[in-house]
Write a protein that binds this ligand. Structure first.
Ligand SMILES: [Cu+2]
Length: 112
């Protein structure tokens, strides 16, 4: 997770492999430290902007990358726990109702 300015929206990045043998979609994300946590996609057409997406496909046997310039989790209202050195829990919910919770390490703009 990248936090550039405290209390300003922060972005979450990860790589997820689907080893279930079934296509899955990420349909929502949540974190107790983010207020709303949205699925976003950065687009470069006509300047940098981002759009909310309803779901992200994770094909059977495949993977999806949330990375700068593409998909990211948008932590809209970071709590004061969202600062470099801390870890923040985020939960992904899938189209079959399953969930996955992971600790995201918070880093600054330099990746530290
Ligand atoms: Cu965003």
């Amino acid at each position: 997770m990248r936090s550039v300015i405290p209390s300003r929206p922060a972005a979450g990045y990860f790589m997820l492999k689907n080893e279930t043998g079934k296509d899955r979609k990420i349909v929502s994300a949540a974190s107790p430290d983010c207020g709303m946590l949205m699925l976003h996609l950065s687009k470069h057409e006509g300047g940098e902007h981002m759009a909310m997406v309803d779901s992200v496909d994770v094909p059977a046997g495949g993977s999806v990358s949330f990375a700068p310039g593409g998909y990211h989790l948008m932590c809209v209202k970071p709590s004061n726990r969202v600062k470099p050195g801390n870890a923040v829990k985020m939960t992904l919910t899938f189209d079959d109702g399953g969930t996955l919770t992971a600790d995201f390490k918070v880093r600054n703009a330099n990746g530290e």
